[in-house]
Design a protein around this ligand. Structure first.
Ligand code: 6GU
Length: 237
């Protein structure tokens, strides 16, 4: 997968993609991640990336011209119906569809080239949505000042789902959420720490019993903290 991130704050991304699974996936050429400064696609003297909203109001709106130029340069066209199959242009915005594991899985499975536009809280010129964007995505019901932290979240959620990104010792199938439940509790050595004991069932090597215990604990945790996941009333899974 190739990922191009468009942002007015490229320095924000610093080393954020240089650790753990994402770093490994980059080194293994499972994913290529490029961060682009929207300002580099301006052509005016002042290199303006935003402007005041027509109709008045607070804040600044990201201008369409440099974003169109960036997508034309990266995708080859700003005509959405002409995008190659496997090209998606995601706008990160609080108005988007909520990012849930099935959306991440769908994007990971279907996308060869992903362009991520980091919106500003105040807004992005609507003609970007109208012509360029294939998917509007939000990472949750809270306010961020911009899409940059959301881009890190989206990239992480996607990259770990790409074939071979996790390596043989782990698997995304066992992840919390991939089965619609929260994860079961985990323990490592020592078997007793400050008077707190690891449950006996995990020490006795009976794998059928361990599986049963984990399933029960996952259900219990989900019931206690995320009842909505069990009732499926969240449209989550
Ligand atoms: Cl994608 N952007 C902003 N600005 N705020 C958000 C968000 C995105 N997702 C949740 N809040």
């Amino acid at each position: 997968m190739r990922i191009d991130v468009l942002t007015i704050f490229p320095e924000f991304f610093g080393q954020v993609f240089d650790f753990g699974i994402i770093r490994r996936a980059k080194l293994a050429e499972i994913v290529e991640i490029n961060v682009h400064d929207i300002r580099e696609f301006t052509t005016d003297k002042h290199r303006m990336v935003d402007d005041r909203p027509f109709g008045g109001g607070d804040g600044m709106v990201l201008k369409p011209e440099p974003i169109f130029a960036a997508v034309e340069s990266l995708v080859g066209t700003s005509d959405r119906p002409s995008y190659d199959e496997g090209t998606r242009v995601v706008l990160l915005t609080p108005q988007g569809q909520p990012l849930k594991q099935p959306l991440a899985k769908g994007l990971a499975d279907e996308t060869k080239h992903l362009v991520i536009i980091c919106g500003r809280y105040e807004g992005v010129d609507e003609r970007v949505n109208a012509s360029l964007v294939t998917d509007e995505v939000s990472i949750g019901d809270y306010v961020l000042s911009g899409g940059e932290p959301a881009a890190v979240v989206l990239v992480d959620a996607l990259v770990r789902l790409l074939p071979n990104a996790l390596g043989s010792e782990t698997s995304a199938e066992n992840d919390s959420f991939s089965n619609g439940l929260l994860d079961y509790p985990h323990f490592t050595r020592p078997a007793e720490f400050r008077g707190m004991k690891v449950p006996d069932v995990l020490l006795n090597g009976n794998h059928a019993e361990i599986e049963k215990w984990r399933r029960e604990k996952a259900l219990e945790k989900t019931r206690n903290f995320r009842k909505d996941l069990l009732e499926g009333e969240n449209g989550d899974m």
